[in-house]
Design a protein around this ligand. Sequence first.
Ligand SMILES: Nc1ncnc2c1ncn2[C@@H]1O[C@H](COP(=O)(O)OP(=O)(O)OP(=O)(O)O)[C@@H](O)[C@H]1O
Length: 661
Amino acid sequence: MDFRQFPEQAAMRARERMLSGAVEAPAAARGPDGRGTAGPAAAAGSPAPATPGAAAPGVPYPRVRETVLTSWRRCRLHAVDADRLHVPHVEQHIDWDSRFLAAAAPVLDHVEQLLADCTAGVVLADSEARVLSRRGGDTAVVRLMDGVHLVPGSSYAEEAVGTNGIGTALAERRLSTVFGAEHFAGPLQRAACAGIPVRNPLTGRQEGVVNLTCLRQDASPLMAAVVRQAAADIEERLLDRYSGKERAALDAFLAAGRRTSGPVLLVTPTLRTANTEAVRLLEPQDLRQAGALAADLLAAPAGSRRQRVDVTLRLASGADVRIRCTLVGPPDRPIGCVVGMTAAEGREAPAAPDRAPGGRTGAQPTPAPLPALLPGLAGRSPSWRSASRDVVSACRQRLPTRVVGEAGVGKLALVRAAHHWVRPRKRLHVLDLTAHQDTADLLARAEEALRDEDGTVVLQHLEAANRELMSCLETLLAEARRDRGTGPWVAGLYTAPGQGPVPAAAPTGAAPPALDSAVFPCTVAVTPLRYRPEDIRDLVPALLARHSHGGTVSCTPAAMQVLTRCDWPGNVRHLSRVLQQAARGRRQADLQPHDLAPECHSSCRRTLTPWEAAERDAIVRALHDAAGNRDAAARQLGISRATIYRKIRLYGVTVAPARAR
Ligand SMILES: Nc1ncnc2c1ncn2[C@@H]1O[C@H](COP(=O)(O)OP(=O)(O)OP(=O)(O)O)[C@@H](O)[C@H]1O
């Protein structure tokens, strides 16, 4: 039975079981968009539950599409209420004069006419899922949409109302069809909808979503075709609305964005836009402030206008940033201004009162003003944010800090980013304790680095230090602080053994010398990637940008799903290596699951021997070649059916048959 046909209460119960991990949801039925592999006829069958005993014998288990299941998991993370609908009213935040709305209006008129004899209504929302316009729909659909507040001025963001054809399309960045019980919130389950993001053809950013909504029994594959065409028409009209000057200014803005990994803004007399990094790192008031600076430069009298202006700006977070405003076009007739941002040179944002990061020691924990996220680093999980906050805070106070975590979790990356944020252009000295055979040489280098009062000294791989070395380092560090009262900031990185719990604080007793050292009053633990899988969605594009050398390699949702399910025993470094391999030799590509290394398609926890790893890889490749068909893969490998099934179980191979993907 297809989940979409499930009655409301049964659907809710089945969903709870799937999300609580009691059963693995069998994927996937063909949606009325015609995608997927099992059509409505197949949907009428009863696939066995993935976990024996998940459904009573003879009781059909519902099929759920992977995209829907992923969306439900996001809803869970956002604590969306499944029983009641909470639709925020956000009218005051909407730009009712936007270029997007103006470009879309004639297209919506046309779609409304097309749908005159149909029951469905068409809805337009902006990039934040705020409803801008609603047209058409027969009486029943209008009543339904009114009943669920699907009206201009309300927000249909997935984190507010759950899985739906507006917010989910934006979250997935592609066509999203949601039918009946696939909606997360019960009150939406009478509806069926198809939504597709509309992209700005010049900047590539999502401008919004066009969506069709009808009663669930009226759903049709044509809905997807109609929204696709409408989105293409809006994109074309959007392009037409840019003048030649605006296109030239946008070209300069995009070129500036390619040269930096930081925030970039564009201001022209008629247009304001910002890159993803700016939106991610800055608060709205910061964007407004920076935009005002650029507008002032554009409005300055021609005689006094300079091509480039550098200023320091204090952000809402309290951090200082260096702003560079560069005019586009000649100074006497500029067509726009591009604003770039870096951390301010030699200026430290005001430090918080004395506070031990992590709140483990010290007096009153007072939150310090901090950047929303450290530039150049990806990840928004609470544990990553907390580690970032603690490391920056320690860096500001020059509090000797031990950063603990498994190999490749990002300890050095975090300390480096904090150093560049707090004291840009000052030196960062990294001393790898495993790279120095000669202790005297290591201590001499440490002594020299510790003389750099404004710098940061990182002692990497503290776990490799024996008691004697540690005691010498302690003496050096104590002297560095006593002599000058302040001294450089010292961070010690301790690589904890893999796949085990991270020590939350400095252990005592039989702890290794690096951990029972009295030198570091503060310890920050960085969580392994497998415990913060939500960061993978941020890390993947950031790491792909690094490995595609200015190209545009991205990840399809299906490949992203494979990546988010992996355990990543080597943490971010491991993920980075897999993406580097997958992106090798490509400048433009949408990575598919089969582009990822075979290890991503196996959930085996133990370390495989080289022979076993080779066998697993061969099986994964054969399964990909055979579209997941196990019999065909076994034939290709020249092994029996029974053997391939046994090996698949042994290695936890997760390549699903194409029908179920
Ligand atoms: N949040 C992040 N965003 C972007 N890149 C990251 C992030 N965390 C780690 N990386 C990247 O992952 C790789 C490994 O990180 P890093 O060297 O900091 O790990 P580590 O914890 O210090 O490892 P080890 O203990 O083995 O020395 C680096 O290439 C780093 O740039």
